[in-house]
Design a protein around this ligand. Structure first.
Ligand code: AMP
Ligand code: MG
Length: 530
């Protein structure tokens, strides 16, 4: 494997500098090894070269975070790095160790089975890890091959950047590279495996630390390492808490106050995150505790989906079709359940966990406050009560409206008649909703508008109600074309979704889901196979 230096690639004002105090230097990392239990917080792992790399998409916006230009990314050195064909001279690459609860059950050690951190850098005052997803096996691959198929990589690449443009906290995606090698997948878990093209996405985030990191250490009874890990996270990633607890950090004391402040911050960012999801109709699909970031960002795009008819019980994940644990409407409750698991793990570092329980008790009200904050501008009002939002949800469910279409058109509605026709046009429902039902809800909304409607209501609403989201069938169409070697749809979606609130034309990209897509596997029904 070649080793390369990236520092010289960034321009002088924004040079990337290896983070000398990061995960690699402060935490135990095991040698590169085959799958099995790992005691350390990670294991060195070398990406496998891509036999015929081809960078099919990149995000200039994400590159700019790192002070890089499109030309930089297209240079041979970056192409080598982003395809797994070279690694950095300054930093060894590694996979992280963590555990987790999957579908409510304790799963033990999981770790990055197909994700390798290739750089942990400082860009100005910001910290970023660059992680290749699908670049080959690690110590945590268990029975997996360490690779990712093109279809799931396209979904992760497009959605990460689309979510960012929507204002939703998320890991970013820098590049999408096909590897030129096929891998076996049983896409529908029906005993019919087939060869599929593989790809690598380079993700970018402050870190990829998950709730499951803490669960791993608590489950092993390693109180000292758990305390050290909490102190590491606070000093590295939570500067405001670090500033408040300088003495504790200097003396290595994992105090109740520090841990409570850390947990409180994660509760707040998680409440804000799930509020964003609920406000735009995004369903993550696999909210296991190993898929929950300490930074409150959306992480691990798998069988996610966007609501079509507004249905709280809807899930895009066929593996969850029976239990519906991770259905759209369950997400706030599940995030709280996941925070409870995090609290249990953190409590192991303390003698008294009452502050953590008290904070958990505040989650619901934090969620509703965050959700109201997201919803008020969508409705064109200065504030909105929980009671009204519950009625709105019940109405959208009864009317089976497409959430995106419904909200986007709301700015143009001024009378019950207009409202009623707008609801019918947004709805997937047959037979049609009666005028009485729409009148009842319109009456409430109209009263709210009179009471707290914004002066520039239409502008605010259009700036908060996207015209374009990555509809399930749009991702499917991009994948179909890409599998035939045509990447134009990916590029078109990437461009349109980078500006989702602005009307750019393309009515076919903002319309309700067509009928053919309702039942087509791979559109709105996805397995975890990736
Ligand atoms: P995910 O559903 O992508 O969050 O993955 C759950 C766990 O399975 C994580 O520990 C992954 O690293 C691991 N995993 C998923 N797919 C693969 C694969 N193809 N090879 C190795 N590990 C995998
Ligand atoms: Mg995961």
């Amino acid at each position: 494997m070649n080793t390369i230096t990236i520092i010289k690639l960034a321009d002088a004002t924004t040079a990337l500098v290896p983070n000398q105090n990061g995960y690699l230097n402060q935490l135990p990392i095991a040698p590169e090894q085959g799958p099995g239990p790992v005691k350390a917080m990670g294991a060195y792992a070398t990406p496998k070269p891509s036999p015929a790399k081809n960078m099919i998409a990149m995000s200039e916006d994400c590159a700019a975070l790192l002070g890089l230009s499109a030309d930089d990314l297209q240079s041979d050195l970056w192409q080598q790095l982003l395809s797994g064909n070279a690694s950095l001279k300054e930093q060894p690459s590694f996979a992280m160790n963590y555990a987790g609860h999957q579908f409510g059950n304790w799963a033990g050690q999981l770790g990055d089975g197909r994700a390798i951190v290739i750089a942990d850098v400082l860009a100005g005052s910001n910290k970023y890890m660059l992680q290749l997803k699908g670049a080959g096996p690690t110590a945590f691959s268990r029975r997996g091959d360490g690779y990712a198929v093109l279809r799931s990589s396209i979904r992760e690449f497009l959605c990460s950047e689309a979510m960012h443009a929507l204002g939703v906290p998320t890991t970013r995606a820098l590049s999408l590279v096909t590897r030129g090698e096929a891998v076996w997948r049983d896409m529908f878990y029906d005993g019919r495996p087939a060869l599929e093209p593989s790809a690598v996405v380079c993700r970018v985030a402050p870190s990829f630390i998950r709730f499951g990191h803490f669960e791993l250490l608590a489950s092993r009874g390693d109180k000292a390492q758990l305390q050290a890990f909490i102190l590491f996270c606070v000093s590295e990633y939570f500067p405001e808490i670090a500033a408040q607890y300088v003495e504790d950090l200097n003396e290595g004391i994992c105090s109740i106050g520090l841990v409570a402040a850390f947990f409180e911050s994660i509760c707040s960012s998680t409440a804000a995150l799930v509020a964003h999801w609920q406000s735009i109709g995004f369903t993550h699909g696999v909210l296991n505790t190993d898929n929950m970031s300490i930074h409150g960002v959306t992480i691990d795009y798998g069988p996610y989906g966007w609501l079509e008819p507004y249905e709280p019980s809807w899930t895009p994940n066929t593996t969850d079709a029976h239990g519906r644990r991770y259905a759209f409407g369950q997400q706030p409750k599940i995030c709280m359940w996941n925070l409870w698991q995090l609290a249990n793990a953190l409590a192991f570092a303390l003698d008294d966990s009452s502050k953590l329980s008290a904070e958990l008790g505040r989650f619901q009200s934090k969620y509703w406050a965050a959700y109201s904050k997201c919803m008020a501008p969508k409705l064109g009002v200065s504030s909105v009560s929980q009671g009204f939002l519950e009625e709105l949800e019940a109405f959208m469910e009864a009317a089976k409206v497409d959430m995106t279409v419904f909200f986007r058109g709301l700015a143009q509605v001024h009378t019950h008649e207009e409202f009623h026709s707008h609801v019918l046009a947004s709805s997937y429902k047959e037979p049609e909703l009666s005028a009485d039902v729409s009148q009842a809800f319109w009456g409430e909304y109209d009263a709210l508008l009179n009471q707290s409607g914004l002066d520039n209501r239409a502008d605010t609403m259009n700036a908060h109600n996207p015209l374009y989201v990555l509809r399930n069938y749009l991702a499917y169409q991009a994948i179909e074309k890409a599998e035939q070697g045509d990447y134009a749809v990916i590029h078109q979606l990437q461009k349109v979704l980078s500006n989702p609130f602005e009307d750019q034309g393309y009515p076919e990209l903002s319309a309700k889901r067509p009928d053919w897509a309702a039942e087509t596997p791979g559109c709105s029904a996805l397995s975890c196979s990736s």
